[in-house]
Design a protein around this ligand. Structure first.
Ligand code: C2E
Ligand code: MG
Ligand code: MG
Ligand code: MG
Length: 285
């Protein structure tokens, strides 16, 4: 009896696994079709100076509106793409598209730094630095207008290789930032070793502000560390005025979050920036 139940459970487990694999396969297939059919878009979310209120940069965020699946969140398909390796193809498209858009803004006389998320596998490609250099060159974008958002995991995998790659990118003039700072395997020693320019404080530490004392202590410590090491500090996921006021008080450099704006298409961003600029000018006057 026990044996029978075991067999039934096994069969059930196997079916569950097949369903899971099938849906991953389906998702993987849909992702490749989406790429071939040009269904991916980039949205851009403003990064705002806490001292001037002006937009100082934007983060490129991938969007996928599928005719069958609806909106598919990057939180759902990026991890799958990282598992299958397809992130290398997606990442190359994102980099090309973001740099192309930044070059358009540069030519319009609105030089805006664009941040691009880079996955570990993408960063580990042997020709990653050459690809970045080639895209900047072919689009004619000033390297200072490109920022690469890396995660702490990149720095622990092959430290020597990562160091060489980061130094080459820094030498190109590209800005290097650590995304979701504080959530990874952070050994703070890497801040000393690697040419990092900017830290993005993870949203999970911002959401408890201004009341949560632990979040306050963590955010305050990161900002002080960053200031002492001459790094730019940006807070992610700022949603409320009290959160922004606290970050200002703690002398954080920049913020990003729904309080200013969510990610949006390039043309919509241009109109939003105008509005933000006028508001900042008004409150400065
Ligand atoms: P991330 O790089 O940490 O991006 C920030 C995420 O927080 C974005 O979610 C953004 O829309 C969201 N966000 C911004 N402000 C707020 C806020 O005030 N409140 C809340 N609750 N959320 C806010 P999104 O676009 O869904 O992206 C999720 C993650 O997917 C990103 O986290 C990033 O890790 C990854 N991702 C997105 N685009 C790309 C890409 O082009 N390449 C790679 N490799 N990963 C990407
Ligand atoms: Mg990011
Ligand atoms: Mg982040
Ligand atoms: Mg985050």
């Amino acid at each position: 009896r026990v044996k029978e139940r075991g067999r039934a459970n096994f069969r059930f487990y196997q079916r569950q696994m097949n369903v899971e694999m099938l849906s991953r396969m389906k998702m993987d297939h849909a992702m490749r079709l989406a790429m071939d059919n040009g269904l991916f878009r980039l949205h851009y979310q403003p990064q705002v100076s806490l001292s001037t209120g002006q937009v100082v940069g934007v983060e490129a965020l991938i969007r996928w509106l599928d005719p069958d699946l609806g909106h598919v969140s990057p939180a759902d398909f990026i991890p799958l793409a990282e598992d299958t390796g397809y992130i290398v193809t997606i990442g190359a498209w994102v980099l090309g598209e973001a740099v192309r858009q930044a070059a358009v803004w540069q030519r319009m006389g609105w030089p805006t730094a664009v941040s691009v998320n880079v996955s570990a596998l993408q960063f580990q490609q042997g020709d990653f630095v050459e690809r970045v250099a080639a895209v900047l060159e072919s689009e004619g974008l000033a390297p200072a207008l490109l920022e690469l958002e890396l995660t702490e995991s990149i720095l622990v995998k092959d430290a020597a290789e990562a160091l060489a790659r980061l130094e080459a990118l820094a030498a190109l003039g590209v800005t290097l930032s650590i995304d979701d700072f504080g959530t990874g395997y952070s050994s703070l020693a890497y801040l000393k070793k690697f040419p990092i320019h900017k830290l993005k404080i993870d949203r999970s530490f911002i959401s408890g502000l201004p009341e949560d004392e632990n979040d306050h202590a963590i955010v305050s410590a990161i900002i002080q560390l960053g200031r002492a090491m001459k790094l730019t500090i940006i807070a992610e996921g700022v949603e409320t005025i009290p959160q922004r006021a606290m970050l200002q008080h703690l002398q954080c450099d920049q913020y990003q979050g729904y309080l200013c704006a969510p990610g949006m298409p390039a043309d919509e961003l241009e109109r939003t920036i105008e509005a933000v600029r006028e508001k900042a000018a008004l409150s400065a006057a």
